[in-house]
Ligand binder design. Structure first.
Ligand code: SAH
Length: 240
């Protein structure tokens, strides 16, 4: 075979590698979007598109990769979970995002929800109370190229005053009540989506909208979430 042909073949092989590696899960993602999201009433085109492209398998532990696109929440270590795809989609859709929005997330966890948001808006700020998770999500988001996400370790109860006000705020841990600082850091016309309720088991997913200083509230669906906590936790390895 002539040298130019060999070079051409080598070039095609090399350039096709990363795409095929990513596409291993393209079918799983499509099925997830069709069965779990569209069939259950998620209609926002952008939300459906983005969940169909983000590599969810990159956000779970190696052992759970085969389950990454299944219809359930999955453990991410330190007693926490990455939400079921349907819940991620519903919360994202209800935020009514626009491309220029600045969004705050409380509860970074694996970084998956933040990655979804990063493809829909200009800037995403996300706070995680468990140091180990904050650190691993920072590394993961950077490695995967989600450059418009900033992760911080701390108690999200206080929001992120220096980057406020926000167009939208999403809380991905179940709270007893809505933290006042988050309401204060919301723009007029802004939206908050948060699971709230007095018990650890089932809470209401609530959407709040700020209109001329007033807060309008709408119940979405009952949900289960890991609890919103108030202390910055360092969990040792035996306690996972
Ligand atoms: N959004 C995440 C899943 C979050 S699970 C994802 O896509 O993977 C809820 C997360 O909220 C947990 O990681 C938990 O540690 C965190 N959390 C709980 N209370 C918090 C608080 N007060 N401030 C910031 N993070 C908190």
């Amino acid at each position: 075979m002539k040298l130019p042909i060999l070079i051409l073949i080598a070039y095609v092989l090399v350039t096709s590698l990363p795409a095929s590696a990513q596409d291993r899960y393209a079918e799983n993602r499509k099925e997830m979007v069709d069965r779990q999201l569209k069939e259950r009433g998620i209609t926002d085109k952008n939300t459906l598109h983005v969940l169909g492209t983000i590599p969810r398998h990159e956000f779970v532990h190696e052992d759970l990769i085969p389950a990454a696109y299944t219809d359930q929440a999955l453990a991410i270590g330190n007693g926490q979970t990455i939400s079921q795809p349907y819940i991620v989609a519903l919360m994202t859709q209800e935020l009514d995002l626009r491309p220029n929005d600045r969004v705050l997330e409380i509860g970074t966890g694996s970084g998956y929800q933040a990655a979804v948001l990063s493809k829909m808006v200009d800037s995403v700020y996300t706070i995680e109370i468990i140091e180990e998770l904050a650190r691993s999500a920072t590394v993961r988001l950077k490695r995967l190229g989600y450059d418009n996400v900033v992760v911080r370790w701390g108690d999200g109860y206080h929001g992120w005053p220096s980057n406020s006000p926000f167009d939208a705020i999403i809380v991905t841990a179940g709270a007893d009540s809505i933290p006042q600082p988050l309401i204060d850091q919301l723009k007029d016309g802004g939206r908050i989506v948060i699971p709230v309720g007095p018990t650890n088991l089932v809470r209401q997913l609530v959407k709040l909208t700020k209109k001329k200083g007033k807060i309008l509230s709408k119940n979405l669906i009952p949900v289960r979430f890991v609890p919103f906590t108030r202390k910055s936790i360092r969990i040792d390895k035996n306690n996972k």
